[in-house]
Write a protein that binds this ligand. Structure first.
Ligand code: PLP
Length: 456
């Protein structure tokens, strides 16, 4: 077989891909129908495909390339670390400098009282760790029966057995006999789709109080933790009503339930603060991190835990760990990513300049006949497509397919915008400039127009 390079004809690359590569969350028919898009290069917020098309990446890859593509410093950090110490583990009384430095930096950036990190290779692995961690914690506290973790319908916490069980994605549960035992999913705070006649504030309280009802149902001595994304990402960028998180925090405090904030998307500036927990005003006991930690340049995730959990868990042996926990190259890349973010004041620029600019333009999309609500926090936003803005009705017969059509038109106009059913979502690199935001909105509007013409 000849060497496979960027310069091969696209059809040959597509054929080889279809023959040998099983894609996540994709059907083979979909691949055959459209032909997979081969991305060959990227710089800043722009992807280039094998045909030479330039595409504005409105999703920062998979919500992760916070710092934008093509940062030489990160390549240098990886190369330097690979030369010096490409691998060593952190099991059995060893450590290394990159993981020490990264942990100290994360302790400095994280909210008060969260100073200790357990590393994983991804967000899913980190959430698997969290399941074991909270159970181990409660066992060590003499309460092993506190094992149930409460999560939410339509939450996304990863794709491993543990992550997918914590998540509330029905199609994932349908494959492979999930969720695992001792998981309970309450309703999500999605007012647009599920709020009925209630005001958003009433609905937010009602959904939060499902947590209390569930705790009372099982008994608080059975509940280990509640897990939630500060803003649900993969579920469609569901921004909760303002009443929601304060009530969740009150309930967790009242019953002594650990609060796990899954910051895999929200962390590292996405919501305009270092962590979504700060934006939502909550005090988690554990934060799950991944994605923006290294801006996706290297696979690394982890759990930042409270001093109390660290003290209890560190007093015994936690029989858990991954070969790549605290991998030196990934740690060095993450550290360099955070250094650049601080030096270039990326989070402050999002909060004070680019997110307010994007918000104003994004919310103006509700003038479009297809767009019901527009929601946005920092650099993560969604619009709900609807045939009736007043009743907030979904597209009955073709549910989800209107969003799919819109996504395809986006691709054709040079924009990656994802659809979750009939919600369109964006999560661009945090370094997006105002003129690129204009371009994003222009292309999104063209795609909405084309979708509207197609279905009316
Ligand atoms: N948690 C959240 C909130 C996520 O959005 C994701 C991925 O999208 C994960 C966990 C899983 O992370 P990973 O894909 O790195 O395993």
């Amino acid at each position: 077989m000849s060497v496979i390079t960027n310069h091969m004809p696209t059809e040959e690359l597509q054929a080889l891909d279809a023959a040998h590569h099983m894609h996540p969350f994709t059907t083979q028919d979909e691949l055959a129908e459209r032909g997979v898009r081969v991305i060959t290069r990227a710089k800043g917020v722009t992807l280039t495909d094998s045909e030479g098309h330039e595409i504005l990446d409105g999703m920062a890859g998979l919500w992760c390339v916070n710092i934008g593509y093509g940062r030489e410093e990160l390549a240098e950090a990886a190369a330097r670390q690979m030369r010096e110490l490409p691998y060593y583990n952190t099991f059995f009384m060893t450590t290394h400098v990159p993981v020490i430095a990264l942990s100290a930096k994360l302790a400095q950036l994280a909210p008060e009282g969260l100073n200790t990190v357990f590393y994983a290779g991804s967000g899913s692995e980190a959430n698997d760790t969290n399941i074991r961690l909270v159970r181990h914690y409660w066992s060590a506290m003499g309460k092993p029966e506190k094992s149930i973790i409460i999560s939410r319908q339509n939450a996304y916490h990863g794709s491993t057995l543990g992550g997918a069980s914590l998540g509330g994605m029905v199609p994932m549960h349908q494959q492979g006999g999930l969720p695992l035992p001792d998981k309970h999913h309450i309703g999500q705070p999605d007012w647009w789709s599920e709020g009925g006649d209630m005001s958003p504030e009433e609905f937010g309280l009602m959904r939060a109080r499902e947590l209390e009802e569930t705790i009372l149902h099982y008994g608080e001595d059975r509940i280990a933790a509640f897990i939630g994304e500060p803003v649900q990402g993969a579920g469609g960028v569901i921004v909760p009503p303002e009443t929601y998180w304060p009530e969740i925090q009150r309930i967790c405090d009242k019953y002594g339930i650990l609060l796990i904030a899954d910051e895999v998307i929200c962390g590292f500036g996405r919501t305009g603060n270092w962590f979504g927990s700060e934006t939502m005003g909550i005090r988690p006991d554990i934060m799950t991190i991944a994605k923006g930690l290294s801006s996706g340049y290297a696979p690394i995730g982890g759990s930042i835990v409270s001093d109390e959990i660290a003290k209890v868990v560190n007093a015994t042996e936690f029989n858990h760990g991954y070969t790549y926990s605290g991998h030196p190259v990934c740690s060095a890349v993450a550290l360099e990513n955070l250094r650049i973010m601080e030096e270039e004041r990326v989070v402050e620029t999002v909060r004070d300049v680019t997110a307010p600019y994007l918000k104003q333009k994004w919310e103006a999309l509700t003038d479009h006949p297809l767009v019901g609500e527009a929601k946005i926090v920092g650099m993560m936003g969604s619009i709900a497509l609807t045939p009736n803005k007043e009743s907030r009705a979904p597209f009955a017969a073709e549910k989800g397919t209107v969003g799919y059509k819109c996504r395809e038109h986006c691709f054709d106009t040079g924009l990656v915008m994802r659809h979750v059913g009939d919600r369109m979502v964006i999560s661009p690199p945090l370094v997006i400039k105002p003129e690129e935001i204009d371009m994003l909105i222009d292309r999104a509007t063209i795609a909405l127009d084309k979708t509207y013409d197609q279905i009316k």
